[in-house]
Design a protein around this ligand. Sequence first.
Ligand code: HEC
Ligand code: HEC
Ligand code: HEC
Ligand code: HEC
Ligand code: HEC
Ligand code: HEC
Ligand code: HEC
Length: 369
Amino acid sequence: MKGQRWKWLFVAFMSLSFLLVLPLHLQAIENSECLDCHGDPDMVKELPSGKTISLYVNPKKFEASVHGQNEIACTDCHSDITELNYDQEVPHPVPVAFVNCTDCHDEEGTAYEESVHAAARVKGVKGAPICYNCHDFHYTKYLYGDTVVQLENKFCLRCHNPNKYHKWLPQKKTHFEYVMCAVCHAPDVGRHINLRLYDLMSEKFLTGEEIVQKLGVTFDNFMDKMDLNKDGVLDTKEFHRLVRELRINKVRAIFWGEMTDNLKPEVHKVTKGRAIKKCETCHSIKSPFFDKVYLIFTHPTGKAEHYPLKRKVLQSFYVTHFYAIDATRVKLLDVIGLLIVLGGVAFAGGHLTLRILTIPLRRRRREGR
Ligand code: HEC
Ligand code: HEC
Ligand code: HEC
Ligand code: HEC
Ligand code: HEC
Ligand code: HEC
Ligand code: HEC
C-alpha cells in the first residue's frame, strides 16, 4: 500500500511538472518561422563539391503528412534547435543534429534493432536502411490505406529484387502481389486479410468516401447499418446483404483480397533464416492467417477503417476461391477469395487473367465438382 501511495504522489508530481512545462512548449518555435526560410522552393545549400542540395520543405505537403496532421513541430524532430538567433546568417547551429525517430517511436526502434537491417548497418554494409531510408521523413503518410503492392514498392522493392530468390515458390508474381513481404519475413508480426473494393473498369480501388457516399452511410454508422445482430462483425448473411446494397447502389466492383501484416512495430523485425517457407502455413483450411478479415475503407488522410468480417465470408457464395495445386496435389488453399463479382461486371484487365482462367475450376468446386 505504501508503495502505491508513493506511486500516486509520483504521478501527481509528474502531472504537475508536465503542466508547468506545457506553457514553455507552447512558446516553442513555430513551424512558420522555420518555413520563412525553408518554405522557399529555391533554398539550396552548396556543398564543397559544387553540388547543391535542396533545403526546401513543402509547407502544404508537410501539413498533410502524418506528423503535420498530428501537430508535430519542426523542432520536435530537429530538437537541437531550441532558439533562432537572427543576428547570425544561419539562425541555428549547423550541421543540425541527427533526428531520432525512436524518441517517439521506441517500440519500432526496439524491433528494428533486432532486424537484419540493423545488423547489416552495424556491420557497415552499404545501403542498410535506418528509419528514414524506408519511410519518408517530412512527408510521411499513414500506411493503413496502402495496398500490398504500394507498400512493397514504397519499401522492400526499392532495394531488393525478390525474383532473385524464392526459387522454390511457384506463381511468384501472384504471391508478391497478394502477400506482403513482411508476412513471411517478419515472423513475429500478426497477419490478416484485407478486402478492398476494386473497379475493374477503371482499374482503380474505390476510396472509402466514394463507397459510403454511394451507400448513403457514413464511416461511423456503416457498421451500425450493416451489422444487424450487433455482434461487431459482419457474418455471411450480413455480408451478402452488403453485397446486395452495393449492387442496388450501382457500386460496380469486386472485392480484392490481400494477406498483409498487422501494422505493428514487430513488422520491423525482418530476420534472416526464419522466413515462412511451408506452403501449408497459408494453404490450409486451418491457417490462422485467415482468422481476421477486414473490409477496408480509406480516408483521404491516408487512414483507413477496418470493418471486421467473419472468416466464413471468404468461403461464401459471392467470394470466389482460389485453389492452388501443388506437386503433391494435397488440398491446398481453401482460403483467400479475391474476387466477388457484382452485377455482372465484364471482366477486363490483363493482370487478372490468371484468376479468370480458374473460374471454371472454381465453379466446378462450388457445384460440388
Ligand atoms: C518527423 C521528423 C521531422 C519533422 C517533423 C521535420 N523534419 Fe526536417 N528532417 C528530418 C529528417 C530525418 C531529415 C534528414 C536528415 C538527414 O538526412 O540526415 C530532415 C532534414 C531536414 C532539412 C535538410 C534538407 C533535407 O530535406 O534533407 C531541412 C531544411 C529540414 N529538415 C527542415 C525542416 C522543417 C522546416 C520542418 C518543419 C516544417 C521539419 N524539418 C520537420 C525529420 C523531420
Ligand atoms: C533565417 C533563415 C532560416 C531560418 C528561420 C531557419 N533556417 Fe534552417 N537553415 C538556414 C540556412 C541558411 C541553412 C543552410 C546552412 C548551411 O549552409 O549549412 C539551414 C539549414 C538547415 C538544416 C540542414 C542543416 C544541415 O545539417 O545540413 C536544417 C535541418 C534546418 N535548417 C532546420 C531548420 C528548422 C527546424 C528551423 C526552425 C526551427 C530553421 N531551420 C529555421 C536558414 C534558416
Ligand atoms: C526496411 C524498411 C523499414 C525500416 C528501416 C523502418 N521501417 Fe517502419 N515500416 C516499414 C514497413 C514495411 C511498415 C509496415 C507497412 C505495412 O506492412 O503495412 C512500417 C511501419 C511503420 C510504422 C507504423 C506501424 C507501427 O509500428 O505503428 C511506424 C510508426 C514506423 N514504421 C516507424 C519506423 C521507425 C521509427 C523506424 C526506425 C526505427 C522504422 N520505421 C524503420 C518499413 C521500415
Ligand atoms: C515528436 C514525436 C515524433 C517523432 C520524433 C517522429 N514521429 Fe512519427 N509519428 C508521431 C505521431 C504522433 C504519429 C501519429 C500516430 C497515430 O496517429 O497513430 C506518427 C506517425 C508516424 C507514422 C505513421 C504510422 C501509421 O500508423 O501509419 C510513420 C510511418 C512515422 N510516424 C514515421 C516516423 C519517422 C520515420 C520518424 C523519424 C524521421 C518519426 N516518425 C519521428 C510522432 C513522432
Ligand atoms: C534502403 C534499402 C533497403 C530497403 C528499403 C529494404 N532492405 Fe532489406 N536489406 C538491405 C540491405 C543493405 C541488407 C543487407 C544485405 C547484406 O547483408 O548483404 C538487407 C537485408 C535483408 C534481408 C536478409 C538478406 C541477406 O542477404 O542478409 C532480408 C530478408 C531483407 N533485407 C528483407 C527486406 C524486406 C522484407 C524489406 C521491406 C520491408 C526490406 N528488406 C527493405 C537493404 C534494404
Ligand atoms: C511466401 C513467403 C515469402 C514471401 C511472400 C516473400 N519471401 Fe522472401 N524469402 C522467403 C524465404 C523462406 C526465403 C529464404 C529462402 C530463399 O532464399 O529462397 C526468402 C528469401 C529472401 C531474400 C534473401 C534472404 C536470404 O536469407 O538469403 C530476400 C532479400 C527476400 N526474400 C526478400 C523478399 C521481398 C522483398 C519480398 C516481397 C516482395 C519477399 N521476400 C516475399 C519467403 C518469402
Ligand atoms: C504466407 C502465405 C503463403 C505461403 C507460405 C504460400 N502461399 Fe501460395 N498463395 C498465398 C496467397 C495469399 C495466394 C493468392 C491467392 C489467390 O490468388 O487467390 C497464393 C497463391 C498461390 C498459387 C496461385 C493460385 C492462383 O489461383 O493463382 C499457387 C499455385 C500457390 N500459392 C502455391 C503455393 C505453394 C506450392 C507454396 C509453398 C511452396 C505456397 N503457395 C506458399 C499464400 C501463401
